[in-house]
Design a protein around this ligand. Structure first.
Ligand code: OVM
Length: 399
């Protein structure tokens, strides 16, 4: 009998094709309007674009597992390209010890001691950018700031940090199909992955960073010594590109509506909301997959056990069923509940680090910059998972 699947609307679209990656919003709308779940015929997977369903799948880890991988590849059938992440690509109970170790290391109170230093770095960086006037908000700000503060906080060596962004870019491409974006990353991968893996060893990490604290958890017996380097690897995997593209997104948000910049300048206390609103509005991480552990009835259809489901975080974050005027970047809305950091037990463990970085940058900008104006053609950077800019030329008008 095929009566259950016959009711699922199908789509021939390729959401990992250049056209939809460059401008996903029309596709997201078609996906949401087609139904609560849609089949992507090209990849033989199911897809969700509505907030309610995406949120529902994210919080239902029993029926929508991560352990088969959160990309297109099914780890039960295919060999993963690297040893699976102990956080992202596992389920309870194996997920829990790594998560419980990492959570306090990246919690707000553990980050308090970083704020002063990170604020000073942001102020120096922005002073320099304002003096230059016309800059690239991607390379000169959104990449420059995290690269100055985050690797130091983890405690890795100075040498080789140029591998971080290409490694992350490839990792996020590799959650999608083996298309030209993945191919382009393959030549540099052995070097980048070799360097990243080398940074996870205890003897190369500084004694006071996030990395050392992960190893100290192994000394306490909270995780095994085998697990420690893989948890450090998660920081280096998920902690750089994501923040870079989120910072670029918040600048893009202010470019989209200068009145929002005026509001932030009057009320810099809105910096954190601005960052979360930018994440809702852009969804730097656009998609993740889950795998059905059992037949899952959804509305009048059934997702069969073993099927991959692609959750469109970016579509859910602009679902008009959930958000009013979803396409507006608006500091006066409450963006909480967005799924840009995920939701449920896998929700971004590094979100407090990201928010602190953003807050330092936005406070430095708000105190020094009267207006952020476009200063040239922005250029997209295509990635199978990330919504990203290669270049965002801006003029920073001194206050
Ligand atoms: C990890 C990992 C990698 C990429 C993304 C991510 C968004 C986690 O290695 O644990 O979370």
């Amino acid at each position: 009998m095929t009566t259950t699947t016959a009711a699922v609307p199908g789509s021939p679209a390729d959401p990992f094709g250049d056209e939809i990656l460059a401008d996903p919003h029309p596709f997201h709308q078609r996906l949401r309007d087609a139904g609560s779940v849609v089949r992507l015929d090209r990849y033989d997977v199911y897809a969700m674009g509505r907030y309610e369903e995406v949120h529902g799948a994210l919080v239902d880890w029993q029926r929508f597992e991560s352990g088969a991988g959160v990309g297109l590849s099914n780890f039960r059938v295919e060999e993963p390209w690297r040893p699976p992440s102990l956080l992202l690509e596992t389920d309870p109970p194996r997920h829990d010890a790594p998560r419980h170790v990492l959570t306090p290391i990246l919690a707000p109170r553990a980050l308090r001691s970083l704020r002063e230093r990170w604020s000073r770095v942001a102020e120096e960086l922005v002073d320099d950018l304002v003096e230059r006037g016309t800059v690239d908000a991607v390379t000169d700000l959104a990449e420059a700031f995290p690269l100055r503060v985050f690797p130091d906080a983890v405690g890795i060596s100075e040498e080789g940090r140029e591998h971080l962004l290409p490694y992350g870019d490839h990792l996020f491409n590799a959650f999608g199909p083996d298309n030209h974006l993945v191919e382009a990353g393959k030549p540099g991968l052995p070097d980048a992955a070799g360097w990243v893996n080398g940074q996870c060893a205890r003897d190369v990490l500084s004694p006071d960073g996030f990395g050392a604290r992960i190893w100290a958890a192994a000394d306490r017996g909270d995780i095994t010594y085998d697990q420690a380097p893989l948890i450090v690897r998660s920081l280096l995997s998920a902690g750089v590109d994501t923040t870079v593209h989120a910072l670029a997104a918040v600048i893009e948000g202010f470019l989209s509506d200068p009145a929002q910049w005026d509001l932030l300048r009057r009320e810099p206390g809105r910096a954190r909301v601005a960052f979360d609103e930018a994440i809702r509005w852009t969804s730097p991480v656009q998609t993740f997959f889950r795998t059905a552990t059992t037949d899952v009835p959804l509305g009048d259809v059934v997702i069969p056990a073993g099927q991959k489901i692609l959750m469109f975080l970016g579509a859910a974050n602009r679902d008009p069923r959930r958000w009013s005027e979803p396409d507006r970047f608006d500091l006066t809305r409450d963006p909480s509940g967005h799924v840009g950091f995920g939701m449920g037990l896998h929700q971004c463990v590094g979100q407090h680090v990201a928010r602190l970085e953003a807050e330092c940058v936005l406070h430095a900008l708000a105190a020094r910059v009267a207006a952020i104006e476009p200063a040239g053609e922005p250029a997209r950077h295509l990635n199978n998972t990330l919504r990203a800019w290669a270049s965002l030329p801006v003029r920073l008008v001194a206050a």
